[in-house]
Unconditional design. Sequence first.
Length: 167
Amino acid sequence: MIIMLRHVMQLVLYALFAICIAYFSASPVFQYAPEDLAVIKLSLSHPTERVAPCVILTPEQVAALAPNMRRTESCERERLPLHIELDVDGELVLSMLALPSGLWGDGPASVYEKLALPAGRYEVNVRMRDSARDDGWDYTYTDDVELVAGHYRTISFKAETGGFRIR
């Protein structure tokens, strides 16, 4: 009798647990973007150029290194900051300097920004500098984008695939 009661109680508790999971999988409703606005996200992580260029080591310098430390070039670890600007319909909406990550400033610089706009068609212009140049941009991208209320558009960057992309 006690075993039967234990099995019934387990069944009741499993059923309650399943009902809770089913309820919380659909409620409360999570809203990704405001209903009346569209959102543009700028999301990228990019390693910039090094502060100092790499130096090619001579054969004598390579031979002077310990066998497990031999390499043909010596590079500073620290990287430059990433400068990025975003225009929407010719108006500058974002201008920032992203510092490299890492303990020694040798990792990629990361950017994650959101911009909420009314639905409609916009001209988006993104510019990025990842080098030591003082003026001008290393990467630029311009596109006409249709923004739908309640939806996201993401601006991402990959140098190996040609630069910026809006999806």
